[in-house]
Design a protein around this ligand. Structure first.
Ligand SMILES: [Zn+2]
Length: 370
């Protein structure tokens, strides 16, 4: 018997829908279908596209492409666009402010070429976002630490070395610096994809001091860990890397005690062919938007999270952090539906999931936009 209930539709504050420049991986037609099938009625799109979204003009061009895609496919979804930080565009934030949800700053190199490694340049962004009262979303991995790990590595790395090449210290050092800046400039910092125990502790302590830092975790960091790399191979390659079971437990503690504020999928699809390259050439990132709610409902079935917590972390807290007004978007879910994730059922253009073959209890049935 289906056990249907209606809950607030989810916001995914962290997606890469790949437009413009990466439409062979995802576009707004497939991305929107995937999001709606997963219980999501709003997404925030990241700026590391090609070209990167680094000016008002490029934000408006991306919006034009999105509007056109949605119109042609007769779909609708709410969305926000991040402006990407570069060494030269800090003045652009003020100009682009009415059109953006926040600013994204890569403190170390990941996918694309938006990394900003100079500390003084980083500081300017914390200052300007504070002045304009805009959230600053950070990818906290320190570039110097990543470079050192790479230089120190001996031999030919495989995917099981991903955590050695992007060590936890890189995330911790970058986050420490971000917290210092947040304290100094009173910036509202949104730390993306928290992956380590130490980061959870840093965030918890910073919050106690009244520092305005908010933290996200991804489904892959709470439902997978480094031991899963054995069967995932490059499909488990993402930045920051999968960590230990101790880290995983600490992320769950953070979810329950408020150190962690949100869940965002970091939906970052790449094709199977791209992921089939040798480890060093395979791109980092996994899809996640359409399995986001099902994984959480399954965790709810297993007693790991309450429905109220799900709504808080996937909707209410995100609305608060990003100053959004509420709406009546809902998702109908069947708490008793048992289904296995199959790659061939994946709607995202990449057609695979790092959670393939997992059988979950509790699935979204229909997303209802207001
Ligand atoms: Zn991302």
């Amino acid at each position: 018997m289906p056990r249907l209930i209606t809950i607030p539709a989810l916001i995914d504050p962290h997606v890469h829908f790949r437009t413009p420049g990466g439409e062979h991986k995802e576009d707004w037609v497939s991305g929107t279908r995937a999001a709606l099938s997963g219980g999501v009625s709003m997404v925030f799109d990241m700026p590391n596209t090609n070209p990167a979204t680094t000016s008002l003009e490029l934000v408006l061009e991306k919006k034009r492409l999105i509007t056109e895609s949605l119109k042609n496919s007769n779909q609708s979804i709410r969305y926000g666009i991040y402006l990407g930080a570069t060494n030269t565009n800090v003045r652009e934030i003020n100009i682009a402010k009415p059109e953006i949800i926040g600013v994204k700053l890569f403190m170390g190199a990941s996918t694309g070429n938006l990394q900003m490694t100079d500390e003084n340049a980083q500081a300017e962004f914390f200052q300007e976002c504070a002045r304009l009262d805009l959230p600053l979303a950070i990818h906290a991995e320190d570039e110097a630490t990543l470079q050192k790990a790479k230089a120190d590595f001996v031999g030919v790395p495989t995917v099981s070395d991903h955590g050695k090449l992007r060590p936890r210290e890189a995330a911790i050092i970058a986050l420490e610096r971000a917290i210092q800046f947040a304290e100094k400039y009173k910036t509202k910092v949104y730390s993306l994809h928290t992956s380590t125990k130490e980061e959870v502790e840093l965030i918890r302590s910073a919050k106690k001091l009244g520092i305005t830092i908010f933290a996200e975790v991804t489904p892959h960091h709470i439902f997978l860990n480094e031991t899963d790399l054995e069967y995932l191979g490059n499909l488990g390659k993402m930045n920051p890397p999968l960590r230990t079971t101790v880290d995983q437990a600490s992320l769950w503690d953070g979810i329950h005690d408020g150190a962690i504020d949100t869940i965002g999928t970091d939906h970052a699809p790449h094709t199977h062919a791209e992921k089939s390259a040798p480890y060093t050439e395979a791109p980092s990132g996994v899809p996640g938007v359409e399995t986001y709610l099902a994984l959480l409902l399954n965790a709810h079935t297993n007693g790991k999270i309450s429905l109220n917590e799900i709504t808080k972390l996937t909707r209410i807290n995100i609305q608060k952090i990003f100053n959004l007004t509420d709406n009546n978007d809902t998702v109908t879910v069947d708490l008793d539906l048992i289904r296995t994730i199959k790659n061939q059922d994946i709607i995202s253009k990449c057609q695979w999931s790092p959670f393939a073959d997992q059988t979950l209890t509790g699935w979204p049935i229909k997303t209802n936009l207001e």
